[in-house]
Design a protein around this ligand. Structure first.
Ligand SMILES: [Fe+2]
Length: 187
């Protein structure tokens, strides 16, 4: 399997905008946290998170291709289970329904990053002091980060994590890398 350094170089070679790299790294962090929590393969889960939107620079206008092109680029570099998860994170277009724990983890992990990042950017202290309770409030506020699918975030329940636990894990995963993923304090 591709190592982390090569995975990052491959991601960078697609010329992603900085916010996409930030999203990839936030997803990597949450996937690492989830793998640790479940005793799963941390390297596999984290690299799947890092690379899940690999093709986005070329598929953002062609959502039906999103995921499929990543899989083409990643054949032989990631195991089948990871390629399947990448397809399943865009199941609406790939018709590849999520079935495995990794599939579901990737979907909720990459989605919760949107809620957390948006919240960090409107808070004076960024990630510092963010609580699951505040994220639960944001979940209910449909106008906040409106494009972030609440249903997808709730898929964490299929992993037997309630929302509070999942938010706690995601906050704890992203906070240590906040400075390198664009979630710096504004004060
Ligand atoms: Fe994503």
């Amino acid at each position: 399997m591709i190592d982390r350094e090569s995975a990052f170089q491959l991601l960078d070679s697609q010329k992603p905008e900085p916010h996409l790299i930030h999203h990839a790294m936030q997803t990597e962090a949450v996937m690492t946290g989830l793998a640790k929590h479940f005793g799963e393969d941390e390297t596999l889960w984290s690299i799947t998170g890092l690379l899940h939107d690999l093709d986005f620079p070329t598929t953002k206008e062609a959502p039906e291709e999103h995921g499929k092109q990543s899989v083409e680029l990643l054949k032989g570099k990631l195991p089948e289970i990871a390629l399947n998860a990448i397809l399943a994170h865009n199941s609406e277009y790939t018709n590849h329904d999520p079935t495995t724990k990794l599939d579901i983890a990737l979907r909720c992990a990459e989605t919760v990053t949107g809620l957390i990042a948006t919240n960090a950017l409107v808070r004076p202290n960024g990630m510092e002091g963010m609580t699951p309770k505040s994220l639960k409030k944001k979940m209910k506020d449909k106008a906040f980060a409106a494009s972030v699918s609440r249903d997808r975030i709730r898929e964490c329940e299929k992993l037997d994590l309630d929302l509070g636990q999942f938010f706690q894990l995601a906050i704890e995963s992203i906070t240590p890398i906040a400075d390198s993923v664009g979630l710096v304090k504004r004060t």
